[in-house]
Write a protein that binds this ligand. Structure first.
Ligand code: SF4
Length: 174
């Protein structure tokens, strides 16, 4: 096995200036410690569906039985369909990945406890999953996925790395 381990990652965590405010969320563990051993495949779903940087912040909003994605400053701008369609297409090509590190709290990339606002925008519950990551986890339930925030915990970090290596070794057998 000579190739480096392929791991998907939210592009902002690698220090790319793709966030809504034009900044990034460089994640030292990934950039400084994991990078020598893995091949990161950075993706920013919001830029991938054609949104600019900077841009208005997006939020998840309860819509019927489901969740919609809208601009937080203008609920008439709804990118739910665009994000879900692109996500389904994109994740279909990611079967080779051995792990994924996503940016916490993001309505696109968050893995858990993402704020979901009521239709009036007055209340929010930390009950959502980012639309892109929801598609990723639905398609590959065995894929080790973790958030930057959770990987500050040494136990969760070790567990994630072990699962990534196990999947890498399993994939190499095929
Ligand atoms: Fe892009 Fe995801 Fe980072 Fe938001 S959290 S800037 S959508 S990569």
């Amino acid at each position: 096995m000579s190739d480096k381990i392929p791991i998907g990652i939210s592009a902002c965590l690698l220090g790319e200036n793709v966030r809504f405010d034009g900044g990034h969320k460089r994640f030292g563990f990934a950039v400084d410690q994991l990078a020598p051993y893995v091949r990161f495949e950075p993706i920013c779903p919001e830029m991938a569906i054609g949104l600019p940087t900077p841009r208005p912040a997006l939020r998840l909003v309860k819509a019927g039985e489901g969740t919609a994605m809208r601009y937080s400053n203008d609920a008439s701008v709804d990118v739910t369909d665009a994000m879900q369609r692109w996500s389904a297409e994109r994740v279909a090509s990611l079967g080779h990945l051995c792990g994924y590190i996503v940016c916490a709290k993001s309505p696109s990339c968050g893995m858990e406890r993402v704020r979901v606002y009521s239709p009036t925008g007055k209340d929010a519950r930390k009950s959502g999953v980012g639309l892109y990551t929801a598609e990723l986890m639905k398609r590959y339930p065995w894929l080790p996925v973790e958030e930057d925030g959770r990987l500050h915990d040494p136990m969760l970090r070790e567990n994630f790395v072990e699962r990534v290596f196990a999947l890498y070794e399993l994939n190499a057998l095929w």
